[in-house]
Design a protein around this ligand. Structure first.
Ligand code: F6P
Length: 543
């Protein structure tokens, strides 16, 4: 990949000038000037309708943003990504979650070896195991079928599976799925207290199998299990997903119960591998496969589509526009379906662990802003929580609105209300409410001039707040796969533009190291020096 400082490109320079012109322009005027603005800024692809027109851009800005992507070498970068070059340079690894959803006949080489046969072997194993557990052929130690599955993992080994399972709950079978991630014992015991060891299956998911949280939680689960079950029953109730076979075997998991993971799949992009075993258990292998196929469709679109109509590229460049020119600090993701309630947390790891970097690919500190802060909650709940700040606060918060044409249970009356809110919010954020409009409204309510003058400033909405409307036919495994892959590729593009390494996560290491040092101190094994504040806190905790 080319290591280009984006601020040195011609497009950046152009965008700087466009920003000066655009910063005081009203989007509603742009709509006035061009009656076809919505059509011009909408990308329609398969079952996705993506309207970018409520963003603070013009055709020239869109072109300059696309030019910026080009100047930063996006096309070559996409080729390197799919080809399996070691683009995760600081860990010396390729980034190939795309291979997990590619067709079997495609050849994907890692160190000269085609990895597709092992990918498909793992898929076969996921399928066989899921089928057996779902249809009751896989029995527990007292010969009862499995009723509950507990996924134990954290970060990418939890967030993807839990988000997808929640999103596809409608398609779920009879198995009850539970997720334990936090090393908080209360989280573990609260989950275990409702379970019957005879009918519970534990899936321990850890790429490295060294993660403190997961190993502690897995140990606790095993102890709990062994309180009522004999040692030899463990193999029927514990399976693992990992790339560290030695550690898993040492933990006591039957080698036949290990599902593989590979170094070339990053944890936060791993739900497509056996890390997604709980998804396949919950919705059946067919649904899991449809999810992968959807993602593959998006992979194809991203790889082959022109930059100007390439969904992940355009979304990424818009985000760069707000982040680096408007200095927007955060972005909101607002799904108008309760099923996607965990999407924002999932995206927080995917986006912030990937692009929260301040050293460029040449090893120098960057001189510009990189990764954005991501947050959100489903609509309409979020409207009654934080929308006030988006509408009338001092910060610019571009927001993705994600909605569906059809609801899953098909209650049209509810769905129309839900979607009316989606459309109303994006319109309100665009148009705002002027002084004139507020005055007329208050006059109609027969308020005195004095009362009007007093209330008026508080009731004005500046508007001009950017939103991107994503409208998808229906929430299905396939459309969810497309949506997740869309965000994954958006992350990639932003990393290329910001000239950073998106696929390592050294920033989480320091805290981990210190936590184990402090734990040894709490357990009175060791004594360490701390800053004054930490020493006092520890003293209070231990007293
Ligand atoms: O939070 C850091 C991290 O390494 C994530 O990138 C990863 O998803 C998570 O920990 C869990 O790691 P593992 O699957 O190896 O237990």
């Amino acid at each position: 990949m080319k290591n280009i400082d984006p601020t040195t490109t011609g497009a950046w320079n152009k965008l700087q000038q466009y920003f000066e012109e655009m910063k005081d322009k009203e989007m509603k005027d742009l709509f006035q000037e061009d009656s076809e603005r919505a059509e011009k800024f909408t990308i329609q692809w398969e079952d996705f309708y993506i309207d970018l027109s409520k963003n603070r851009i013009t055709a020239e800005i869109k072109e300059a943003l696309t030019q910026l992507a080009e100047e930063c070498g996006i096309k070559e970068a996409i080729n390197s990504y799919y080809r399996g070059d070691a683009i995760n340079k600081t860990e010396g690894r390729p980034v190939l979650h795309t291979a997990l959803r590619a067709p079997e006949h495609e050849e994907v080489l890692v160190d000269g070896k085609n990895v597709m046969p092992e990918v498909f072997k793992a898929k076969e194993k996921i399928k066989e195991f899921s089928d057996k557990v779902i249809n009751g052929d896989h029995k527990g130690y007292t010969n009862l079928p499995i009723t509950d599955v507990v996924n134990i993992g954290i970060g990418g080994s939890d967030l993807g599976p839990v988000m997808v399972t929640e999103a596809l709950k409608f398609y779920k079978n009879h198995l009850n799925l539970h997720y334990i991630s936090n090393v908080d014992g209360d989280h573990v015991y609260e989950t275990l207290k409702h379970l019957n060891p005879e009918t519970t299956l534990f899936v321990i998911v850890s790429k490295t199998f060294t993660t403190q949280e997961t190993l502690s939680n897995a140990n606790t689960a095993r102890e709990w299990f062994k309180r009522s079950a004999p040692q030899e029953a463990v193999s029927k109730h514990f399976v693992a997903v990992s790339s560290n076979l030695t550690q898993v075997t040492e933990f006591g998991i039957d080698p036949g119960n290990i599902f593989p993971m590979w170094d070339w799949v990053g944890g936060r992009f791993s739900l497509w591998s056996a890390v997604g075993l709980s998804i396949s258990l919950g919705i059946g292998y067919k649904g899991f496969e449809e999810l992968l196929e959807g993602a593959h469709e998006m992979d194809q679109h991203f790889r082959n589509e022109d930059l100007a109509s390439n969904i992940p590229v355009q979304l990424a460049m818009l985000s760069v526009w707000y982040n680096n020119f408007f200095k927007a600090e955060s972005e909101a993701v607002i799904p108008y379906t309760q099923y996607l309630q965990k999407l924002p947390s999932y995206l927080q790891q995917a986006i912030m662990e990937s692009n929260g970097k301040s050293i460029d690919r040449n090893g120098n500190p960057v001189t510009y802003q990189t990764g954005n802060i991501i947050w959100g909650e489903p609509g309409t709940n979020s409207q009654h929580a934080f929308f006030q700040l988006i509408h009338q606060g001092t910060k610019l918060i571009p927001a993705d609105f994600i909605g569906f044409k059809e609801s899953l249970f098909g209650d049209k009356s509810h769905h129309d209300k839900l979607m009316a809110n989606y459309f109303a919010q994006t319109e309100a954020l665009l148009m705002g409410k002027t002084e004139d409009e507020v005055r007329k409204e208050l006059e109609a309510k027969k308020l005195s001039n004095e009362e009007i003058a007093q209330l008026l400033p508080f009731k004005v909405f500046a508007g001009n707040k950017p939103t991107t409307s994503l409208l998808i036919n229906k929430l299905t495994p396939a459309s969810l796969g497309k949506l997740i892959a869309m965000y994954e590729h958006k992350i990639f593009v932003q990393g290329v533009i910001w000239n950073i390494f998106s696929y390592d996560q050294w920033g989480v290491e320091l805290g981990k190291q210190l936590a184990s040092k402090i734990l040894s101190e709490i357990e009175e094994i060791d004594v360490h020096e701390h800053d004054n504040s930490t020493s006092q806190l520890l003293k209070f905790y231990l007293s």
